[in-house]
Design a protein around this ligand. Structure first.
Ligand code: SF4
Length: 355
């Protein structure tokens, strides 16, 4: 219990003492920990955390990159809409470079603009009153909440949405059959949904979850906590990001999302349809839905030849196992979605190495 208290209150403040604890708790069998969030993978690679861990303790990147999981159908339709004279497509910068079977938004030659936050879309609408502004709105709960807030503020008449928001809890459920021992849950998402959102994993699925921040120490403490749970033969939920994440999350943000979005089964690029995993605009806001008010076509999803993003996003393969990694597929010339964004596992591994 003393160890648990020390981990919980981060009394192992320096890296060396946490590593020492990890070694003492090492069960000497393969331990597979899935870090869902791209920002966690960034911390792991940037600081070389894998090289500090015993070889049998494996940190596996997961599907926590919104750019990577946005279905091609949404991007292809955004490309086609951008070619209409009366439409301006707006999205986040990385989305402009995501490859699809019909090229990228950047190279489509259409009317496209990028924003760095959803609120900037309002300015774009005001500056382009003669256009239907279509916001390809991607991301997990962290970006869905500010989009929901736009509806409270009042929307310009010329604003439409393609909602590509996805829910991380659903993705984590889909990963349960990969033989993992525990999750490190995304810290930013947890700030919105609350650490209690992950309670089903230890209680129903017997898999521990640690909500972590983004310092190397946060990740290492999470690993130590997971090893402690394995040693005790228990599955637990712990939050080591207490300065930011509360058990109940951001209740105001959650209420706003409930007012604007319905949860629905939704496709994830390279993964397929996951139950109750997407946020669609409520029927009350149907006149804002680009899919219902502008030309829309069904598009078949097709992975680029040789690309193994589907396996990487499901924690079944690592970027370095792709034959195109770093040779044909690079951040300047991405073949698959995992190489585009700084949150994508292939992009991170190529920039920092996997150590
Ligand atoms: S290296 Fe490129 S082609 Fe290979 S899995 Fe990653 S994104 Fe796909």
């Amino acid at each position: 219990m003393n160890i648990l208290r020390k981990i919980r209150f981060q009394e192992y403040a320096d890296t060396q003492s946490i590593i020492g604890l990890i070694r003492r708790l090492n069960p000497e069998r393969e331990v597979k920990i899935l870090n869902v969030c791209g920002s966690h993978e960034h911390t792991i690679c940037r600081w070389g955390l894998r090289s500090l861990l015993p070889k049998n303790i494996r940190l596996i990147p997961g599907p926590g990159c919104p750019v990577c999981v946005t279905p091609q159908e949404l991007i292809v339709n955004a490309i086609e809409l951008s070619r209409r004279k009366d439409v301006l497509v707006v999205t986040y910068g990385d989305m402009l470079r995501v490859p699809t079977s019909r090229g990228t938004l950047r190279d489509a030659g259409g009317n496209v603009a990028f924003v760095t936050s959803s609120h900037q879309v309002l300015d774009v609408c005001i500056r382009n009153p003669d256009k239907k502004v279509v916001f390809l709105s991607i991301g997990f709960e962290t970006t869905a909440a500010p989009v929901a807030a736009l509806f409270e503020m009042g929307l310009p008449d010329n604003l439409y949405f393609i909602s590509a928001h996805r829910l991380t809890t659903a993705a984590m459920r889909a990963l349960l059959d990969t033989g993992l021992d525990a999750f490190i849950a995304p810290g930013h998402v947890s700030a919105v949904v609350g650490s209690d959102a992950w309670r089903e994993f230890p209680e129903r699925h017997k898999v521990s979850v640690v909500v972590a921040g983004f310092t190397p120490e946060d990740i290492l403490v999470s690993v130590a906590y997971i090893l402690y749970c394995l040693r005790e033969g228990t599955a637990r939920l712990e939050n080591v990001y207490r300065g930011v994440v509360r058990a109940e999350g951001n209740t105001k943000a959650k209420k706003l999302m409930d007012k604007v979005f319905d949860v629905a089964d939704a496709p994830w690029r390279e993964i397929g349809i996951l139950p109750a995993s997407g946020l669609e605009l409520k029927s009350l806001f149907c006149k804002r839905d680009a899919r219902l008010n502008l030309p829309w076509e069904k598009v078949e999803e097709a992975e680029a030849e040789g690309c193994i993003c589907s396996e990487i996003l499901l924690g079944k393969a690592l970027p370095s196992q792709c034959s195109l990694f770093g040779r044909v597929c690079t951040p300047d010339s991405p073949v698959g979605p995992c190489m585009v964004s700084q949150e994508g596992a292939c992009n991170i591994w190529l920039r920092f190495g996997s150590w």
